[in-house]
Design a binder for this molecule. Structure first.
Ligand code: ADP
Ligand code: MG
Length: 354
């Protein structure tokens, strides 16, 4: 087990700077997820930690060791890829034992280790089978077992579930999370899927264009995004963004699930000042108990997630209402979030201008 520290790491490919001086602390035993759109530098970052790419600049430390100059085999990490290549002619046992034998581990010890790991990942009944006689999920487990058997300090996983179908992917998510708890080792996991990141990670690193946009626990990312990028990347559907009404030229944001939708004729009750956008329902997607309403308002199109049985129809005129406690404000130039107190937010809506 070990912590991993990146200090001002950059990577340049043919004059193209794809990782731009990032610094990151991965706590020992954490499940850290790197998430971001395709091409943002996640795999490159992971490969630099693994030693499969060299860092152009900066320092990488695993435990107490600066590993920049160490080859992959000396870093005490194991990597699991999306396209796990198993040896087709070897059975499951031999596939798992392969790396150990390469290291010269004695036969008896090999057997003990392989059987122990096979038990953990539920492969004990399949040790004699060839990869072609296994399901996709079982093959993925062999790939994991092969990584685990070497007892690395750090597991590096690059989109290991993206080749599996949705149902199996869900199941493997749960299995990986419990495996992490069981092993207590440090996991660094790459995905472009924010739902996967939110459900699996205890520390999430949001990346964009070679930079780290925010590092936080899942609920903190959702509730306290530090910038417009994170606000719109985390959460589905994405946060609505409209021009601020306080004359600042900034942007306001609210999440689809934090707004309510009312028929236009209904007048609001209660003393609280609400952000109110008037508009017309242009479409609706019924998800089940909840529906997404797309509303064309004078501030642009917004989406609202509300109970399906709320009685609002397509084409009707509505008001979308948001409590000031659910309003976010972002700087128009930098995209940085401007944090305001509850009192300040209420004044903004009342036209007080902050
Ligand atoms: P991600 O995993 O987030 O999708 P990558 O780290 O794979 O992104 O890639 C980041 C950028 O670096 C992309 O623009 C990609 O084309 C480029 N890149 C990755 N590997 C290489 C390479 N070996 N040679 C040149 N460019 C590369
Ligand atoms: Mg990638």
């Amino acid at each position: 087990m070990a912590e991993v520290v990146l200090h001002q790491i950059s990577k340049t490919f043919h004059n193209q700077n794809v990782v731009k001086g990032i610094s990151l602390f991965v706590p020992d035993g954490s499940f850290t997820v790197l998430v971001g759109p395709s091409g943002c530098g996640k795999s490159t970052t992971l490969r630099m930690i693994a030693g499969l790419e060299s860092a152009t600049e900066g320092e990488i430390r695993i435990g107490d060791t600066v590993v920049n100059q160490l080859p992959p085999g000396k870093r005490d990490v194991a990597m699991v890829f999306q396209n796990y290549a198993l040896y087709p002619t070897m059975n499951v046992f031999d596939n798992i034992a392969y790396g150990l034998r390469n290291r010269g581990t004695p036969k008896k010890e090999c057997k003990v280790l392989v059987e122990e790991i096979a038990e953990i990942v539920g492969l004990t009944p399949y040790l004699k089978r060839k990869p072609s006689q296994l399901s996709g999920g079982q093959r993925q487990r062999v790939a994991l077992a092969r990584a685990m058997v070497k007892k690395p300090k750090v597991f590096l996983m690059d989109e290991p579930l993206s080749n599996l179908d949705a149902k199996l992917r869900n199941q493997m998510r749960v299995e990986l999370t419990s495996l992490h708890k069981q092993l207590g080792s440090t996991f660094i996991y790459v995905t472009h899927d924010q739902v996967e990141a939110m459900t699996m990670g205890d520390q999430i690193v949001v990346m964009n264009e070679g930079n780290i946009m925010q590092v936080a626990a899942p609920m903190d990312l959702y509730q306290e995004p530090e910038n417009l990028f994170v606000a719109q990347f985390i959460g589905s559907p994405a946060m609505n963004i409209i021009p601020a009404e306080n004359g600042s030229g900034n942007l306001w944001g609210f999440r689809p699930e934090k707004a309510v939708i009312l028929p236009d004729a209904v007048s609001q009750v209660g003393g609280q000042e609400m952000l109110t956008l008037r508009g017309r329902v242009v479409s609706r997607e019924i998800l089940g108990a909840e529906s997404l309403y797309y509303v064309q308002t004078e501030k642009g199109r917004v989406v609202v997630k509300v109970d399906t049985d709320n009685g609002v129809d397509i084409d009707s005129n509505v008001q979308v209402c948001v409590s000031p406690s659910y309003l976010y404000e972002f700087d128009q130039h930098s995209g940085k979030r401007i944090v305001r107190s509850a009192t300040e937010r209420n004044q903004m809506l009342a036209g007080g201008g902050v």
